[in-house]
Structure formats: C-alpha cells, structure tokens
Design a protein around this ligand. Sequence first.
Ligand SMILES: *Cc1c(COP(=O)(O)O)cnc(C)c1O
Ligand code: SF4
Length: 434
Amino acid sequence: MQQLQVRSENRTLYDHASAAEFNDHRWQDKNSVARFKQLEALLEGLIAPSLLDEIGAGLSKVGMSIRLTPYIMSLIDWRNADTDPIRRQFLPMLSEQEADHPCLAVDSLGERETSPVPSLVHRYPDKVLFLVTSVCPVYCQYCTRSYAVGQDTLLVQKDHVTSARNWEAAFDYIRAHPEIEDIVISGGDVARLKPANIRLLGNTLLEIEHVRRLRFATKALSVQPMKFLSDDDWFQAIVEVVEYGRSMFKDVCVHTHFNHPNEITPLVEQAMRRLHNEGVYVRNQAVLLRGVNDDTDTLIKLFRGLGRMNIHPYYVYLCDMVMGTEHFRVPLSTAQELEKTVRGTTAGFNTPLFVVDAPGGGGKRDVHSAEFQEVEFGISGFRSPAVDPLRMYHYFDPLRSLGQAAREAWKMPGSKDQIMAKLGYQSRTATAVA
Ligand SMILES: *Cc1c(COP(=O)(O)O)cnc(C)c1O
Ligand code: SF4
C-alpha cells in the first residue's frame, strides 16, 4: 500500500510574513522571485554559495526567464536543493544541463505555422488552442512555449503574440469556422487574466453556437493555490462561465499542471474543495521530466494524490523537443515502460494517457503507437492521419541514451539529413499508409 505523505510549505524563508499575507495571492505575486539578485538575497547563508553560483550560471544559458512564487519557493527542500524535484523544474543549474540534440527547436510543435490568426493554433479539425496571454505565475524551465512565454532571455527573444486587444480576430475566425467545437484557453496562464477578461472570453465563446467546450488552462492550482481562495472576483468569474456553460448544456472545465506529489498540499486541497463545491471539473496535464518524476513510485504517488484531490489525471507528455531542455528528456522506451508499470495501480480513469506531442505538428500520439522504434540512433516514427495522412512524424531520444558512435554521428554538421537518409526515413510518404 502506497503511503501518501502530504507536504506543507516550509515558511522559514518568509517568517517575516504573517499567515494572512502568505495566503494572499497578491502578496504572493508581489513577493515572487523574478531576478537572480532576489534569489541571492533570499538564499544567502541558507544554501552553499557554490549552489547559487551554479544557478546563476545555469540561468545565463536557458530560454526561460525565472519566476517563482514564495509558495513554490517554500515547497523546495533547500537542504537538498541540488536534487529537489521542484527546484529542478523552476531553477536551472549549470551542471545538470546537457548539449541539445540537433533536432531541438525553439517552437518544436510548429505552432507558429498552424496559426491562422494571431494567438490561435488550429491543427486538429474540431478544436483550437487560443493563446490569450504570454505570462504565468511561475516560469517552468521546460516550457513548450518558451518561444512566446515569459521575458526575453539571452537565448530566446520572445514573440509577442497576445493581448486582449487582438482577441477580436480570433473570435471572428472561430465564428467563421463551424467545425470548431472545442477551445483550449491557454497561454501563458489564465490566472494572469483580469476577471473581466475571463468573463469576456468565456461569454463570447459560449455564445458562438457551434462552440461546445471550453477549457481554462492554469498552473496556479499547483504553484499559487491561494489564487482560488483569496482572489474572489477571479474565482467567481471562472465559476460564472462554468455556470453559464452549464445553462447551455456546454462543458467548461479547468486544466492544470502538477508534476510531482510534493506539489499536492493542504492549500491545494482547500482550493480543490472550493472548486469541487462549485461543480468545477479539473483535469491535470503532467510532463515527464527526468530527475523530477521519471520513476514509477513518484508517478503512482502523483496520480493517487491527484485522484484524492478530485483532479483527473488526463495526460502525461514526453518533454517536447524544445531548445535547452535536453537534460529533462527521457527516451520513448522509458515512457512506455513507466506507462506499463503505472497502469493497473489505481482506477483506470485516474490513469493518464502517456503521449508524445509529435514534433513538427503531428499532435499528441499515444507513446505505444509508434510505427517503428530505431534503437541505435533513437528515432521513432508516428503517424497522425487526422492531421496529415501523408506524413510521418519523428521523435528523437535524448543523446545521453545512445551509444558513443550514434552520439558522435548526431554531433556532425547536417547530421539529421544524413542519418535519416541512411536509414531511409522520410517525413513525406508518397501515399497514405493504410
Ligand atoms: C493539445 C492541443 C489541443 C487539445 O487536445 P486534446 O487532445 O483534446 O487535449 C488542441 N489544439 C492544439 C494545437 C493542441 O496542442
Ligand atoms: S505554466 Fe505552462 S505556459 Fe507557463 S511557463 Fe509553465 S509550462 Fe509554460
């Protein structure tokens, strides 16, 4: 029997703050750590100076800026910061970074190519992704949308995709496309939207007759759960849209993002009790991250913990092939093995689907559905007939998982074309594979 230990925040870093302050979302925003200097000031004397140097050096190399709420800072075990699964998600260390696989890209899913109007991604027939903001309460180092989310870093200059001013074009596009039933409202994070804009988005979209489903995407539940407890106006805006949807027999829910059981705390339970009371359904999308949750025990605890919070584990994604994330990636075979060991340990509906979001825009594919898996160079192929029946989408295992010769081959200039040609792999097939 798995024992679930529930972690509470350790507030020693913020012992000057009262409980009322700490539990206030505004205080959390105001006291978030967004610059290295602030981190230094907080942690001086608490962690080894060499560790701070490691973080400072790591930061100069990555595509994501940093932002951590005091709440998330307090969930990190600073005595063991080098291995802490939460630190690893939000603060890079130079020594853990790895040279990128040559196929890593800034926008690995090709979202910018399937964007018919600014801030909308229309890849699947009946659903769209609506990117309504480019800011989040925290910044995750492995973010898929590092091309647009957060502040510019030395490595990545961001696209500036979204603001309430240019939503009108997206609304018009959705109105003009009756096949669109399902809208993912994401970003960025809807926790950063004003309540008036939550209502504007929700009501406008629900009033389009062919729109049947909305999902609001927010990581706040796991990194700033007090947002659901102290920001009444924002919380009510979400609930109102859910209720408005319900009155029209349409589905409105919340999608969130927990990766590790240490993120499930008593404050998360309070937030979930409030949402559950209002009948707001919540699903979780996790990312499989090396050194964070790439072991059976952690994943089982995560899914059982989410189940007890009435959060439905929906997907586990392989880490996308985004620049600067090589150290987070695991080979496809690891994801397949983990899925096999996890399935059957709890309710089937609380066992998520493990997926690869196929690079180049193939969309989410079951990790067990690869057409082939080549072991030497770590290449797998996925088909995605609903997106493009004539195309094979390839995923590439991290270099660390390959033998010496294959690693060397990948490091040569032009390696991708040469290796793919040598193995006879093409991304375009002449006819649809039956
Ligand atoms: C993930 C995603 C969706 C939603 O997909 P589901 O499998 O229904 O959760 C829609 N559009 C895009 C572009 C996406 O990446
Ligand atoms: S919360 Fe989501 S969008 Fe924001 S940085 Fe993290 S992964 Fe990216």
